[in-house]
Ligand binder design. Structure first.
Ligand SMILES: [Fe+2]
Ligand SMILES: [Fe+2]
Length: 192
């Protein structure tokens, strides 16, 4: 029988989040219709934002000084890369040409990130456990923060997640800033 959420330690809880988010990505890939795509994308982005808060506010700071700094730094930068895509998905919608592709690319990024966090012996989770962190206490903090973070995000839907490590994600002065235009439909009235 699956372990109850209230009994999980910090690592079990974060891994359960990973499985939930993977399941939502799978459901998105199979979704029929734009309304269903939008519902699932919003749900998975919300879960992912909350999960990221738990790691960046609770697990990662507890690991600082206890495990290899490079591992944590890599985690933060990978989170920031996914935040840019999450913010964009939230700002867009299924009528947009790249919408489903953005969700797919986000799923690939998360697959890589989850694998790294969960890697045996050298992943953040394994290193944290071996460092002797109090996983029960961290889990209690995470359960409380999950409630408040979920409430905050629900109260402000679409509020972008802030990156912590990026300095170049303001692209107002980019050289190429023309939005993508839909190509003309082949075989239609006007093909070129
Ligand atoms: Fe993470
Ligand atoms: Fe994670």
């Amino acid at each position: 029988m699956a372990q109850a959420y209230d009994d999980m330690d910090a690592i079990a809880l974060l891994k359960a989040d990973h499985r939930l988010i993977e399941d939502l990505f799978e459901q998105f890939e199979k979704a029929s219709g734009k309304a269903e795509q939008k519902r699932l994308a919003e749900k998975l982005v919300l879960e992912l934002k909350v999960h990221t808060v738990l790691e960046e506010e609770i697990l990662y700071p507890a690991c600082r000084g206890e495990i290899d700094d490079h591992k944590l730094d890599e985690g933060y930068v990978e989170h920031d890369a996914t935040k840019v895509l999450m913010n964009d998905i939230e700002a867009g919608g299924p009528d947009e040409h790249f919408y489903a592709t953005k969700v797919h690319v986000l799923s690939e990024m998360m697959e890589h990130h989850f694998e790294e966090e969960e890697a045996a012996k050298k992943g953040i989770f394994s290193l944290a456990r071996h460092a002797g962190l109090d996983m029960k206490d961290l889990a209690d903090q995470m359960r409380l923060r999950r409630e408040t973070a979920m409430a905050e995000f629900k109260a402000h839907p679409g509020r972008p997640s802030e990156t912590r490590t990026f300095v170049g994600d303001n692209v107002d002065s980019a050289l190429v800033d023309e939005p993508f235009e839909e190509p003309p439909v082949r075989g239609g009235v006007e093909a070129r």
